[in-house]
Design a protein. Sequence first.
Length: 134
Amino acid sequence: YGALRGKLKICLLRGDIQGELDNSVDDFCKLGPANPTVPNDLIDLFLENDYCDYLLQTLNRKILDYKEDFEAQGNFYFALGSLYQHLGDNDKSKYQFLEAKKLFRKVFETDHEVFTVLEKIFRNLKGSKVKSKE
């Protein structure tokens, strides 16, 4: 994990946002797409190096790559929600968190801690125009 994280960091520092970075991201995500640490580390690495737009594209690409893995998709939607929250876009943030919640409901019991975290997030985003369809 550390070696691939380091490889990603080097690609970002060099400004290599072409094929090598995509391949490194793919290899990194394969280590544990259902582990929330993976997308969180991607956010940290990309933001440290000022690649926010590329990060948005990458997280959306990962959602499509893991369309059969609801937990992994939920983690990537959650990461997008966190990123949009960081960027101050509460409407997009809330939408991403709602998508994560829908996916997590397919794999976790209702008492799983992720739902408690999401409810806290929704309370903080209460001014958002996005409405839950629940």
